[in-house]
Write a protein that binds this ligand. Sequence first.
Ligand SMILES: NC(=O)c1ccc[n+]([C@@H]2O[C@H](COP(=O)([O-])OP(=O)(O)OC[C@H]3O[C@@H](n4cnc5c(N)ncnc54)[C@H](O)[C@@H]3O)[C@@H](O)[C@H]2O)c1
Length: 397
Amino acid sequence: MSPQPLKVGLVGGGKGAFIAQPHQRAIHFDGTRRVTAAALLPDPKEAIEEAESWHYPIKGYPSYVEMIDEQASLPPEERLDYIVVVTPNHVHYDPAIRAVKAGIPVMCEKPLCMELKEAATLVREVRKRQVPFALAHTYLGHWTTRLSRYIVTKGLLGDIRWVDSHYIQGWLASRLEATGQMQASWRTNPKLAGGSGCGGDIGTHALMQLRYVTGQDVTDVSAHLETFVEGRALDDHFTAYAQLSGGGRALIRASQICIGHKNDLGITIAGSKGTLSWKQEDPEKLTIHLPDQPDRVYWRGAFSAGDGFLPKDKKLDALLGEPTIPAGHGEAFHDAYARLHRNFEADVRKYNAKRKFSCDGSEYASVEDGWTGMAFLDACLKSSAKKGAWTRMPKCP
Ligand SMILES: NC(=O)c1ccc[n+]([C@@H]2O[C@H](COP(=O)([O-])OP(=O)(O)OC[C@H]3O[C@@H](n4cnc5c(N)ncnc54)[C@H](O)[C@@H]3O)[C@@H](O)[C@H]2O)c1
């Protein structure tokens, strides 16, 4: 008999919410997971009304506290298999810690929370209770991101000398928050977004992309957090120069004030043997530059290994053999999210069956990666306050 679809609960997602929609599509992508419950809005009455008019049947809860409490009291086979936290940053920690303590797996949006102290508590509780936990850094789910990680960590580019990881947008080039626009309003409010606006919102994606693809950590930062739009309380332009654990250097930069740029996330990795470049707005394509050779452009799924650059290797066979749509039928943002949910589902099923699971950051970002994102923001804020003084990153507890 085929397995029952996993039951997923949403925390947030009502009335014009953004990221809850890609998540719920990605959850339903494979038919093996479905959204069955939600606490969609902060107002209890509105949360129930919104759930009643949701586009497929779900059980609505007046609050995430009631959802998690009730679910925790159910027998394991009736309980939600995991929750997805898609609320603004100030409502990440509380639902996440409640679910972890109740033994319910969590996929949480980035950044992990508001403060490093909260992040440390989450790391401790996740480890203590051995509950699957994922941080939703979407771009790790691109097939080409996985191939990039293989290429760099296998040493095919040689020693990593320099990385430029960036996320450039233009949607906050004027005071959009003054119009009451929902996503801009909370993202520019330190009480709801945290100590860094642009850095927390998209700089953390640039950091995670760098760490995932290179397998290296940032050890020291020299950062400038700047605000170009008058009257804004948080940075809208973020630049961190960084020392990497492997000896190289990196620029991790993000901006929300570059008119015309949409979701311009990209990475360039320069090694002693070659350079890799990738852009999420053209995510099916990965370019490798080797000395004195024409550029090699790898399209998802449209090549075989053993071509003089990519070796014949079982690890690569597994990636190349992944059942997904044939090359040329484009994958993009939703497919990347679906890949994260698919990988997380595998760990949740093992957890349900009381088998060993990994959550080791190789397929989706872990709670430790979430802690590192918070530590990075903390170090960058301290450095920026001292005009870019080099500041050491703490070690994950
Ligand atoms: N991974 C990515 O690519 C990506 C992209 C966008 C946003 N995000 C992250 O996702 C989160 C949400 O961002 P968004 O742009 O979708 O925000 P949004 O403002 O569009 O949606 C937030 C939703 O949470 C609801 N909410 C707020 N407080 C609540 C509470 N106490 N209980 C229940 N619901 C509550 C709001 O009513 C709204 O429905 C943020 O942390 C953001 O950083 C991640």
